[in-house]
Design a protein around this ligand. Structure first.
Ligand SMILES: [Zn+2]
Length: 117
């Protein structure tokens, strides 16, 4: 577990997140596939928005409408999303590609079959 900083492309939104990147996944659902998303899921207490506010982000939902895909209205980058696990506990979905100083080639990324659920 380590504290990372991350955010969107233009810098309007920045956050700190405590993550164990061993949990990074690559999802093949229709949206993640188009965006090339690599994600890590953390509870809200491990996430802190330090620049911008969540209400300023554009919220996009599809399919089961369980995840709020939040992206910057200026640069269009979804640096994180908000959702819930199967038990209904809130989760933040961190876009690992938006973390500072993380090389994807250093990670072992687990494929997840999101397109079938
Ligand atoms: Zn931005």
């Amino acid at each position: 577990m380590k504290t990372y900083t991350g955010g969107c492309h233009c810098g309007k939104f920045k956050y700190e997140a405590e993550i164990d990147l061993k949990s990074a996944i690559e999802c093949n659902c229709s949206r993640c596939h188009k965006l090339g998303l690599v994600l890590s899921f953390i509870p809200p207490e491990q996430f802190k928005l330090i620049e911008g506010s969540e209400t300023e982000l554009t919220d996009y939902q599809f399919n089961t409408m369980k995840i709020h895909h939040l992206f910057c209205p200026d640069c269009g980058v979804e640096s994180f999303a908000r959702g819930a696990n199967k038990e209904g506990n809130p989760l933040y979905c961190i876009n690992v590609r938006c973390l500072d100083d993380v090389l994807l080639s250093d990670l072992t990324i687990t494929p997840v079959n999101g397109k079938d659920y």
